[in-house]
Structures are given as C-alpha cells and as structure tokens.
Design a protein around this ligand. Structure first.
Ligand SMILES: Nc1ncnc2c1ncn2[C@@H]1O[C@H](COP(=O)(O)OP(=O)(O)OP(=O)(O)O)[C@@H](O)[C@H]1O
Length: 277
C-alpha cells in the first residue's frame, strides 16, 4: 500500500453562516412558516422559492433583525439575527434608479462599507477606496464607476448593487430576486458574479427567486415555501410533482425540458383560488 502525504486543507470557517431553529413566523392567525430548522454552510447556495406572500422576504427581514420571530431562534455567523448585519451583503430587487440621481457608481458601492470600522480618518479613507476599486474591478464596473448611477443601464446598475453587497466581504449574501427584469445576458453576468464570490471566499448565498432555472446549475439546496408548509432539499429532491402537489394541495406537474424545470399548475394553488373552485 502506498502512503500518500495528505496536505491539510486551508483552515476554513466551520460555523454555519445562518442557523434557524424551530423558527416560526406568524402575523395574527396567519402562519408563514413553523418548525423551520435550517443551517447554511459557508459557500452554500440556497434558493428560496414559493408563491407571492409565502414569506420569502419576511425570512430575509428576520435575518436582518428587522422582523422578530414568533418563536424559535435565528443566528447569523453565530450571532443573534440583527447583531451581525455588517457580515451580511444584501442585493435588493432590481429596480431602476431615478435618472436624476447624481450619485456616482463608486459612491453607491461605498455605501456598502458604512458601519465598517475603516470608515474614518486618512488611512480609513485610503482603505475604503482600495476596497471599492477592487470590487468595481471584480464586477467589471470600473469603466462607468464615476458616472451618475441614474444614467446607467439596468444591467450596469445591478452590477453596482452586487458590488455594494460584496464590498464589505460578507459571509452571508442575501439576494432578493436580483435577476428580475434583467435580460438573459445580464442574468447570467449577475449570477456568475455571485457564484464566483461564493467559490473564492466561501460566502453563503440565500437567493430568493420566482424562477429557479437561471440559477439551477448553482443551487445546492432549495427551501420551498407554500402557504405555511415548506420543504428543504436538493432541487432533485424538492422539485418533483409529488412534493409540489403536497405543498400546494392541488395537482402540480413538474417537467424537465432540456435541463430546465417547468412547473405546471402551481399558479392555480388553493391559496389563490376561491373556496370550492
Ligand atoms: N409586518 C407585517 N404585518 C402583517 N402582515 C405582514 C407583515 N409583513 C408581511 N406580511 C404579510 O405576510 C405575507 C408574506 O409576505 P412576504 O413579503 O414575506 O412574502 P413573499 O414570499 O416575499 O412575497 P412576494 O413573492 O410577493 O414578494 C404577506 O401576505 C404579507 O402581506
């Protein structure tokens, strides 16, 4: 038997980027989710799917400490939710910025460093600039970084939002439908930027989306929320006719067509139809 020298892997963080235990969120009588146990490990890509109103954005608000759980616990990198927001990067939904907005691209990105300790003094300013320049290059936005953001295209603006979320070197990236209203080429650019960072830096990604196909090759696990019920697992485990029929409580067919997942019938879920229909 030959003996091989096994080189020690570089020290990696073992701590979960996010940990939910028995988490419940309800508004009055309405339970969005209950008994939710979830760990996201460093570098993992979790897609959060579900119809309108199923509690996807509320989950992000819980992690940011903007919404209290009804019961259970939520931690971000070992701290109670809300106490580690400087370790979270947040990419909001794609919305066109006001065309009158004179803020430059690099200033928008710099806002992502607010609350970080190197914000003050001459050395702090140099460090901020170095970090902003580095992330602008990473997302390919250097060229237009000094232009007013209001004049940039939707795809260019979204690259800057990604840069803003990444500039503080977050351990958890929260993405709220970041591909919405982007064309296919820009959807690809933005998802590849996110993927590159999680591979190079072990950033965990929680990605809320209505449409899994643009990110399907990147997804490790899916959290599928429907009307108070949920399931967690790999896309192959969760995205089946049987599972979605159970979650939606109405017949749903999941088809695989040319590597894409097509869900038929979910839009007619009990949640959206009047009683008895
Ligand atoms: N503070 C609140 N008080 C009462 N109800 C709320 C509150 N915040 C959200 N809701 C309700 O909870 C439900 C879930 O909202 P949430 O925004 O989390 O859903 P979502 O899955 O992100 O939906 P969408 O896909 O439409 O963005 C909605 O019906 C919403 O009206």
């Amino acid at each position: 038997m030959t003996s091989k020298t096994v080189l020690a892997a570089p020290a990696r963080r073992r701590e979960a980027a996010l940990r939910l235990r028995s988490a419940r969120l309800s508004y009055g009588e309405r339970v969005l989710w209950d008994g939710l146990d979830l760990d996201i490990r460093p570098g993992e890509f979790l897609a959060v799917l579900g119809p309108n109103g199923s509690g996807k954005t509320s989950l992000m608000r819980v992690l940011l400490g903007q919404q209290q759980l009804s019961s259970g616990s939520a931690e971000v990198v070992g701290h109670p939710a809300g106490k580690a927001n400087h370790r979270i990067g947040y990419i909001p939904q794609q919305r066109a910025l006001d065309s009158q907005l004179v803020l430059r691209g690099r200033d928008l990105v710099g806002l992502g460093l607010d609350g970080h300790r190197w914000g003050l003094g001459l050395r702090g300013r140099a460090e901020r600039r170095r970090r902003v320049d580095r992330v602008l290059a990473e997302v390919g936005a250097t060229e237009y970084a000094d232009q007013p953001v209001g004049l940039l295209s939707g795809g260019e603006q979204q690259r800057l939002r990604v840069a803003q979320a990444l500039v503080g070197d977050p351990e958890l990236l929260l993405c709220d439908e970041p591909l919405l209203s982007l064309d296919l080429a820009n959807q690809r650019v933005v998802s590849e930027l996110i993927d590159a960072r999680r591979r190079s830096a072990g950033t965990a990604v929680l990605f809320v989306t209505h449409e899994i196909n643009p990110v399907l090759p990147l997804v490790d696990r899916v959290l599928y929320l429907v009307d108070g019920r949920f399931q967690i697992g790999s896309p192959d485990e969760v995205m089946t006719s049987e599972n979605l029929t159970r979650l939606y409580r109405t017949p749903v067919d999941v088809l695989r067509v040319r590597g894409q997942i097509v869900v038929v019938g979910a839009q007619n879920s009990a949640h959206h139809l009047p009683e008895g229909s």
